[in-house]
Design a binder for this molecule. Structure first.
Ligand SMILES: Cc1cc2nc3c(=O)[nH]c(=O)nc-3n(C[C@H](O)[C@H](O)[C@H](O)COP(=O)(O)O)c2cc1C
Length: 172
């Protein structure tokens, strides 16, 4: 079973989440039973979903929205995505508890366009050193908490849930 993990990340933290998911999928019990191989690609490279059985698409969230590369990818490949199992994930909320708690604005339309089986929001990372001038001004004004709030156990656990669902319901 070939799984494509497509991700849009501006400052690398969502890429790290996608990397962990792609690394975990083949090594879970269900992933081994299914003979999963996972390929990780940036949404900017617009990988063709055609050669894959399953597609996972993730994006960092900025100002409540997915990055344009992820939105464009879904629009361009919606027809192919609707004919295979798809899951979506987002990364953004910062702090303890993670803020903002709401789903990104694009979650619902992206779910509709792809017919995805689910969408998961993971806490992200805010590292001032990586931000551009405008972003730094914005996070300072918002007094956003800095740090890496990614929960690797939760991320790997979700990959395990996806693999388990593929094992019990590979199609449909
Ligand atoms: C200027 C700015 C705006 C942001 N807006 C949101 C937002 O609206 N919702 C959210 O959940 N996270 C928001 N974040 C947090 C980012 O999504 C988070 O830092 C994420 O981990 C970044 O992913 P990346 O490193 O892959 O680009 C924002 C971060 C910055 C710097």
């Amino acid at each position: 079973m070939r799984v494509l993990v497509v991700v849009a990340s501006k400052h690398g933290s969502t890429w790290g989440i996608a990397e962990a998911i792609a690394g975990e999928l083949p090594s879970t019990d269900a992933g081994r039973a299914l003979g999963v191989t996972a390929v990780l690609q940036a949404a900017e490279h617009a990988p063709d979903p055609g050669g894959f059985d399953v597609v996972l698409i993730g994006s960092a969230v900025y100002a409540g929205r997915w990055l344009p590369a992820a939105r464009d990818y879904v629009s361009a490949h919606a027809a192919a995505l609707r004919t295979r199992p798809v899951w979506l994930f987002s990364s953004g909320p910062i702090g303890e508890p993670p803020f903002p708690p709401d789903e990104p604005h694009d979650a619902h339309p992206m779910l509709q366009l792809t017919g995805a089986r689910g969408h998961r929001v993971f806490p992200g990372r805010l590292d001032k050193a990586l931000l551009n001038f405008g972003e730094r001004a914005m996070v300072t004004a918002m007094r956003a908490p800095l740090g890496d709030f990614r929960n690797w156990e939760e991320i790997r656990g979700w990959a395990g849930e996806v693999a388990a669902e593929l094992r019990t319901a590979p199609t449909g």
